[in-house]
Design a protein around this ligand. Structure first.
Ligand code: BDP
Length: 644
């Protein structure tokens, strides 16, 4: 049952429920007091192919080695499981799959009662249950954010064995209240479909890859430890301000030392309080790539904790990278460090051959090199939160990020119900908790192209955006819209209007001549109604690499180029007024569900899925470097391109 927007009771409850996450989610890090053990590599794996997908639970597959209850295969972690075998049923599998790995835990982690041992999964899609030695330690809903469990108590129950068996069951089923939403449809007509036939319906345009997509690891902290750090930065003239708050678990009697260290390792300022404001003289600000000669400047906030609990003493050390910068929005500008910032960037996916959505360093590094080659200063994490390692790269390279929740494909009115809203608010909690300290993240996007014209959308987005602002009052919030401005119920609540449009593609296919007039109308309408800065958050056209024609026709590289050219000419008029950014759809070709409009996936990439340029990439490269020259300051190496 949906309640009306006037229900202030629900309003408060939801907002309170949200900020009650009771622990931090600091990125695991080695330090003098912490160890990390990655559990990546081959795991034993079995898909539960029983008709109900429930056999694993009925037969308690977590209670013994997976190989004892049936056949297992090798599956790599991290990776999607879909594309690594020759089995079409596994590629398209829907339901529970089971992963298992045996690990030898260093004996001293167990013998030393002062040590806390945490099992962490950086992400698994979509619903996960985790057992250690047959005992359930946690479960988690959501495919793109980390979760963890303390397991030292369990390990110490039998201190004679240092081997521990980790079992993770993962289910990729999407329903009306998951994020993204979906629905399972059973086909009962036996003249048409075989026994038990069902499909997973979704309303989003990417393959629903599944499995353990990011690292699994064990890490230690002392029993008294730095649980969370929150940093908010500002500056006044040449003085930087770092407002911080440290939360501690496991001890009441503590002494703390917080030290801000510059890139050369010099201590800049320190304090002994758990929260406060650090003043940084002659601050070096964090600047975006192509806006400053020295982008991505990071200090390091070292938090050193000494604690005692009567019997023992503890020391914990955690270092958080800190970029000092501000973000502000006016009625027609997006300001970083009080200077107008123009987004010239891309939309991405976590997607590649064989791995699917599995995290892969070579791919991450290649993508960053391509973005820098292109002259892109930003991207949007369409359509879900990306691995935190990617945000760390953005912090260091000065690539600006619009951080998006998995709220994509919200098209069914039942997906606006309270169950959905409550979960969506929780996801925002988890997202902000994980990403709040990244200087590269300059805006939250709560959803992509929801059915914003439906009556409940206004209330839903008002709640979501309000809540996100409570979580983080320092960053603007948006959602990405595609609908008619006049019917958009959520737009009054956003700080920046983000619009996707596909003129001469989904509308008026083949008619390049409509682009300029329609795009102009789009901008005038939105700005006229809301007087807020606008980002063209998607535009583009499919091009099958190697397809050519002149005069151009759809799906050729020429047509894709011309779509870009016509969009760009309107951007060039409007960016002088209120358009503050343009993000191409898409950085690279990516896999989708099979369908008659998708030929082996979506081909709107300016790079192929293998990261080779189509002709459009050169158009964009030329443009982005020109924009950088006009609006920013190029890094020194660009002055000597031959030596680079
Ligand atoms: C947009 C969606 C994006 C799609 C794109 C397309 O936001 O996820 O992939 O259309 O159709 O509306 O290529």
């Amino acid at each position: 049952e949906l309640r009306s927007p006037s229900s202030s009771h629900l309003d408060l409850d939801l907002i309170k429920a949200g900020i009650l996450l009771d622990s931090g989610m600091l990125f695991p890090q080695e330090s003098s007091s912490r160890e990390v053990k990655e559990l990546n590599g081959l795991w034993a794996f079995r898909a539960d192919r029983s008709p109900t997908r429930n056999q694993g639970f009925q037969r308690a597959w977590y209670k013994s080695r997976l190989a004892e209850t049936g056949p297992v295969i090798d599956i790599p972690v991290p990776s999607s499981y879909n594309d690594v075998t020759q089995d079409p049923n596994l590629r398209d599998f829907i339901g529970w799959v089971w992963y298992e790995r045996e690990v030898v835990v260093p004996a001293r982690w167990i013998s030393d009662g002062k040590t806390r041992v945490v099992l962490r999964v950086e992400s698994a899609h979509y619903y996960s249950i985790v057992w250690v030695n047959g005992v359930k330690v946690t479960e988690h809903e959501g495919g793109h954010l980390p979760f963890e469990a303390d397991i030292d108590g369990l390990l110490r129950e039998d201190p004679t064995t240092t081997t521990c068996r980790i079992t993770i069951a993962v289910n990729n089923t999407l329903d009306l209240h998951t994020l993204p939403p979906g629905s399972i449809q059973y086909m009962k007509d036996r003249t048409m479909y075989p026994e038990g036939f069902f499909v997973q319906n979704t309303n989003f345009d990417f393959f629903n890859y599944a499995g353990i997509h990011r690292s699994v690891l064990l890490y230690t902290t002392p029993k008294a430890y730095v649980d969370d750090i929150t940093v908010v930065t500002d500056f006044l003239d040449s003085t930087g301000l770092v407002r911080y708050n440290v939360s501690i678990q496991g001890a009441t009697l503590v002494t703390l030392k917080v030290t801000l260290i510059d890139k050369d390792g010099h201590c800049v300022v320190s304090s002994n309080d758990t929260s406060g404001v650090l003043k940084v003289v002659d601050v070096k600000l964090w600047w975006p790539y192509l806006m400053h000669e020295n982008p991505g400047y990071l200090y390091s906030l070292e938090v050193r904790l000494n604690a005692a609990d009567g019997t023992s003493t503890y020391e914990d050390v955690y270092s958080l990278p800190v970029g000092i910068r501000t973000v502000k929005v006016t009625k027609n500008q997006f300001l970083i460090n009080n200077k107008p910032f123009y987004f010239h960037g891309v939309n991405k996916h976590e997607d590649s051959d064989i791995r699917g959505k599995g995290f892969d360093w070579p791919l991450v590094v290649k993508d960053f090199n391509l973005m820098k080659w292109l002259g892109a200063n930003s991207f949007r994490t369409s359509h879900y939160p990306y691995a935190e390692e990617i945000l760390q790269m953005c912090d260091r390279h000065g690539i600006v990020v619009i951080d998006e929740s998995p709220g994509v494909g919200i098209k069914d009115i039942r997906s606006f119900e309270n169950a959905s809203l409550t979960h969506h608010l929780e996801v925002m909690d988890e997202l902000v908790r994980r990403d709040k300290n990244h200087p590269s993240v300059v805006m939250w996007s709560v959803a992509n192209e929801p059915a914003a014209e439906m009556p409940p959308a206004g209330f839903y987005f008002q709640m979501l955006i309000k809540h996100t602002k409570v979580l983080d009052p320092t960053r603007p919030v948006t959602f990405i819209t595609d609908s008619n401005y006049a019917r958009d119920k959520g737009a009054p609540y956003v700080d920046v209007i983000c619009v996707n449009s596909y003129f001469s593609w989904y509308h008026d296919p083949g008619h390049l001549e409509v682009i300029q007039i329609q795009l102009n109308t789009q901008f005038e309408n939105w700005y006229g109604k809301y007087q807020k800065p606008i980002i063209q958050s998607e535009y583009g056209a499919d091009a099958a690499p190697g397809f050519h024609s002149d005069p151009p026709v759809m799906f050729t590289e020429e047509y894709q180029k011309l779509v870009l050219r016509d969009y760009h000419s309107v951007f060039d008029q409007k960016r002088k007024l209120y358009v503050v950014g343009e993000l191409i759809w898409n950085f690279a070709d990516f896999m989708t569900t099979q369908g008659v409009t998708r030929m082996v996936g979506n081909k709107k990439g300016i790079f192929t899925r293998q990261r080779q340029p189509k002709e459009a990439a050169f158009i964009l490269k030329e443009r982005y470097w020109r924009l950088a020259n006009e609006t920013g300051r190029l890094p020194l190496w660009t002055k000597y391109p031959c030596s680079h």
